[in-house]
Design a protein around this ligand. Structure first.
Ligand code: ATP
Ligand code: MG
Length: 241
């Protein structure tokens, strides 16, 4: 069976010449244009780029929500383009934490229940350890007092943080965060980045975080820029011009 945490020598994610073309012959959009990218097993990579450049598409392909038109996608050394739909769903549930651009919490569950419910998806019981983990995550996300709130009672940034907690709840090996523009103010943005960094370094999680906030770039091990579906790499935020 798949190990819960993958070998640290194996990259968390390897994209090799990945292309994603949307649409039909007469109206094609090349969203990813031969993207090759390796993300280490405890690497925090920030992904930046203009609107429509392919950031969400890259995350959805990396997280096995969307199959590439061509190319290879390996997560923890496993070629996921070879997996059937059922295996893919299982793989996503066990290995990937996804925070979508449009936060999609379950509206009739509280913040705390939104975290706990992902344990059940995986077939685990909600035991004391799960509750403790949920409370700890909520606390670290600055939501200690809001565990009993419904999503409709939370601000956009608070909902985003619940979604981040939910993504981390199952101890995934890869976390993919698609941040909506300005959902988090700078102080909270840094607090959330701190938490993500601790999780990544402490639990051997890899992360790709789409950000629109220049002030959080310092948290990255690496910053990758995407323009028109193609990657440009800069080691530390300096431009590659
Ligand atoms: N389902 C789809 N069908 C057709 N075209 C799509 C689809 N999804 C995205 N696209 C197109 O693919 C390109 C990349 O879109 P993507 O959503 O990946 O961009 P993005 O970098 O996430 O943008 P934003 O910063 O606005 O969220 C865009 O030109 C977009 O219009
Ligand atoms: Mg997007």
């Amino acid at each position: 069976m798949k190990p819960k945490h993958m070998d640290t020598n194996i990259p968390a994610l390897q994209l090799d010449k990945v292309r994603k073309v949307y649409g039909t012959d007469d109206q094609e959009v090349v969203a990813l244009d031969d993207v090759s990218l390796t993300v280490g097993s405890d690497e925090m990579m920030l992904l930046v780029g203009p609107s429509g450049s392919g950031k969400t598409t890259l995350l959805t392909v990396a997280g096995a929500l969307l199959r590439p038109t061509s190319g290879s996608v390996r997560v923890g050394g496993v070629e996921i383009t070879d997996l059937g739909d059922r295996q893919l769903a299982e793989f996503r549930r066990d290995q990937v934490g996804f925070v979508f651009q449009s936060v999609n919490l379950v509206p009739f569950l509280t913040a705390r229940e939104n975290l706990l419910v992902v344990r059940q998806f995986g077939g685990s019981r909600i035991d004391a350890a799960a509750k403790q983990r949920a409370d700890q995550l909520l606390d670290e996300l600055g939501l200690g007092g809001r565990g009993a709130s419904l999503p409709s009672q939370l601000s956009g940034g608070q909902k985003q943080r619940v979604a981040i907690g939910r993504a981390l709840m199952n101890d995934p090996s890869l976390v993919l965060v698609d941040e909506p523009t300005s959902a988090l103010d700078s102080e909270l943005g840094k607090q959330v980045m701190d938490l993500l960094r601790r999780e990544i370094k402490g639990r051997g999680v890899a992360a790709i975080i789409v950000t629109h906030d220049d002030r959080v770039l310092e948290y990255a091990d690496r910053i990758v820029r995407i323009v028109d579906g193609a990657l440009e790499t800069a080691a530390d935020g300096s431009s590659t011009d």
